[in-house]
Every structure is written in C-alpha cells, then in structure tokens.
Design a binder for this molecule. Structure first.
Ligand code: XUL
Ligand code: CO
Length: 443
C-alpha cells in the first residue's frame, strides 16, 4: 500500500444524497446509491464509471492552445511515480464521488516508454499499484482498452495500417492491455476504432483494411480464450474524427461488419451519446438498434453540442434525452456487465478541483432521474400499449400469417382484390405522445 497519501481533494467530503430540495451543490439530488429498486440498489443498477483519460489526464488543451487545468498532484521525481500519485488522487475521487467503477487506456494510467518492453514495465509497476488501490477501496475496473491512436506510429491506423509492422506492434500492445485488464478484474474490454479509417481512396485499399481489422479482432478473441479472460468484448462505433471515414461508423454498420466476419458471437456494443449524434442518429436510436439484435453492451455517457460538428464530450444533463435512452435500456433488460462510463470532460476554463465534482454530480443525477422516470413510464405502460395497438393487425389473421412466413404475394394479392380493398387511415399521434412524455418529465 502507498504511504499514507495526502488528501488530494481537501475540503470535499464524500458526496451525500440530500434529495431534490437540497440547496447544496456538492450533494446528489436524485442519485441515491443505496435506494433499492427491484431488489437492487441504485448503485448496482447504474454501475457508474469514471473515465481516467478525461478526469485524470485531461488538461483542457485544444488545437488553439495548451492545457489550462493544472492539478497539484502532477509533480514527482519520474513519470512512473507521478502516475502512481495520480492514481492515489483518482481513487480518492472515485470514492468521494461514489463511483463503483473506472475505465482506462493503457497509456492513460502509465507513461509510454521508449521501447515496448519499457512501456510494459511501466504499465506493470502502475497496475500493481492500481490493484492495491482497488483492493483497499472496493472500486472496480469496468473496462480496459489500449490507446492505438495517439502515438505517431498509428497515424495511418493500427490494425488497418498499410504496414504489417504496425499491425504487429498494435497486436503486442493489445495483448498486454488485455493481460492487465484481466489482472485487474476488468469486466469488459473495449475496442474503439481510433484511427481505423481513411482520408482518401487514392492511397487506400478499403477491402484489405477491413479484412485486417477483422483478422485483428479474431486474434484478440483467440488470445482472450487462451488466457481465460472472461470479460465482454465491446466495439465502440464512431462515424468520424479522427479520420474522415471511420470503419465502425455506427451500430448498424458495426453489426454488418461483425456478421460479415463471423465476429457477432464475441462482441457487443459500447454506445457513446456523442458518437451517435455525430453519425446523425439519436442516442436512443443507437441503443435500440443494438438491443434489437441482443448486442447492447455498455454506455459511454456524454453529450455533444448540437451546434458543433465534433466530439465535444460534455457531461449530459438533458433529462429528456436520457429518459428516452433509459426506456430502451431498461426494456432491453439493462446493460449486463456494462455500465455508464462518463466519457466526458470539463470545459477548458473549468479549472477548479470542485468542477470535477460538479460535472460528475450533474451526470449522475441526470441519469438517476432518467432511470426513475423511465421506470415509471414503463410501469404505467401507456406508450407500450399505444405501440402494441398500432401493430395489432399483425397479431391475428393474415397479419399473423405475414409474421409467421405463411403468406406470399399471390395470397396477399387475392386478399386485397377480393376482401380488403383500400386500408383505412390511422394517425401516428406523435403530438399527443410528445405531450404525454412532457407530462411525465415536467408534471
Ligand atoms: C473517443 C472515445 C474513446 C473511447 C475509448 O471518441 O470515445 O475515448 O471511449 O478508446
Ligand atoms: Co468513448
């Protein structure tokens, strides 16, 4: 165990649930971790997770200027000892914000060395420290992943790189990232495509690159099996940024890719709100497309800005959007081994230590409120009843025959000509339903 660590967040206690009427900004107003719903605490339902890269490696830098967020623990004699003190600060934060999980990339938690062997050594030293902190605090690893996009060697992709040498390097890096994820009891392992995409077909063989991506994922599946890693593999789709054409554009293209290459048994989806909206979809749409195929895995909880066309990774306080998402998630039976990971960062001028608390309190409260609203909406079943009635013509007679594969074009033509004639018009009642939703949200 580390020497008795200094308090990195002085003056901020563990965040308490004080209820909606409380004026205390450093309290939960809707998220009560201990409250029980259907025999499970809210903490067990939500499985909130902190994203190490944003919360503890984010500095506020952008293409126009350097970082603005300076943390007091970012000093020490060498990069590995700084990494360990940073972990101490992180675990203090995880406990105070009452998050049961965290997530990391290999290069967030430990510094990259000048060779792969040195990087692995750094990672081992920091992972040993993380393991102690996990044991001491009870905070668990929701998922691990490898950063295959920051280092310049990956500028033309990792597994889709035209150079097989880079493919091999990425394989070695993912092998190690899976080893440490297993070592830390990670419940999932995420593959975000990073730079797996292209800018121009003038220099790109698209088919070969997609074949290589699939080959890489098969090798990952084989390796996981060989080390007996039981965590769920997750694909995280994103349509653009960094490359113009990302291969994992959205959930639908991800499903087509997985099925094309025989990978659908091994993967589910980690759906990120801001990636959904960048693809021109709603968050709920992406959840519903994955859930329809039994492939809903986990959520990267954040929000984009509707006026900006890039991944702004903001904390989401839009209760309407989250309630709709929660309806689809709860209807699908929840996230299983997944959780809600705050892949979200502070705005560049949010430089105080307590801003990190305000940001996560808002995200957790908004999700908790959405969870309660979605439960009520589902329990009352008004929308469900409306939707069921809308499709009732398929429940019996020739509608049932269509669903059961017992109808054909000839039988249907005969029915229309001899019996059915012109269909009667039925309203979709969207405005009525939107008003109904508004009553749930605002009374
Ligand atoms: C990038 C992104 C990543 C993944 C993990 O947009 O969301 O941080 O979540 O690599
Ligand atoms: Co993400």
């Amino acid at each position: 165990m580390a020497k008795k660590s200094p308090v990195h967040f002085p003056g901020i206690d563990a965040i308490a649930y004080e209820g909606a009427q409380s004026d205390n900004a450093l309290a939960f107003h809707h998220y009560n971790p201990e409250e029980v719903f259907d025999g499970k605490t809210m903490a067990q339902h939500m499985r909130f997770s902190i994203a190490y890269w944003h919360a503890f490696r984010g500095t506020g830098s952008d293409p126009f200027g350097p970082g603005t967020i300076v943390r007091p623990w970012e000093s020490g004699k060498d990069p590995v000892s700084i990494a360990k003190v940073r972990l101490d600060a992180a675990f203090e934060f995880f406990q105070k914000i009452r998050a049961p999980f965290y997530c990391f990339h290999d290069r967030d938690i430990a510094p990259e060395g000048s060779t792969l062997a040195e990087s692995n050594k750094n990672l081992d030293a920091v992972v040993a420290h993380a393991k102690q902190l996990q044991q001491a605090t009870g905070v668990k690893l929701l998922w691990g992943t490898a950063n295959l996009f920051s280092n310049p060697r990956y500028m033309r992709g990792a597994s889709t790189n035209p150079d097989a040498h880079v493919f091999a390097y990425a394989a070695a890096q993912v092998k190690k990232a899976m080893d440490v994820t297993k070592e830390l009891g990670g419940e999932n392992y995420v593959f975000w495509g990073g730079r797996e995409g292209y800018e121009t077909l003038l220099n790109t063989n698209l088919k070969r690159e997609q074949d290589h991506l699939a080959a890489f994922l098969h090798l990952a599946v084989d390796y996981a099996r060989s080390i007996n890693f039981k965590g769920q593999f997750l694909i995280e789709p994103k349509p653009k940024e960094p490359t113009k054409h990302q291969y994992d554009f959205d959930v639908a293209s991800g499903i087509a890719f997985l099925r094309t290459y025989g990978l659908e048994k091994y993967f589910k989806f980690n759906i990120e709100t801001n990636h959904a909206t960048l693809a021109g979809h709603t968050f709920q749409h992406e959840i519903e497309v994955a859930a329809a195929q039994g492939l809903l895995g986990s959520i990267d909880a954040n929000a984009g800005d509707p006026l900006l066309g890039w991944d702004t990774d903001q904390f989401n306080t839009d209760v309407r959007e989250l309630t709709l998402a929660m309806i689809s998630i709860l209807r699908a039976g929840g996230l299983g081994s997944g959780g809600f990971n705050f892949d979200a960062k502070l705005r560049r001028p949010s430089t105080d230590l307590d801003d990190l608390f305000h940001a996560h309190i808002g995200g957790m409260d908004a999700y908790a409120l959405a969870f309660k609203l979605a439960r009520r909406i589902l329990a009352e079943g008004k929308f469900e009843q409306f939707v069921n009635e809308r499709y009732a013509s398929y429940d019996a007679g020739f509608g049932r025959d269509i669903e059961m594969g017992r109808a054909n074009f000839r039988s249907l033509e005969k029915l229309v000509l001899t019996k059915l004639g012109e269909p009667t018009q039925r309203s979709g009642k969207q405005e009525y339903l939107e008003n109904l939703l508004m009553r749930y949200l605002h009374g």
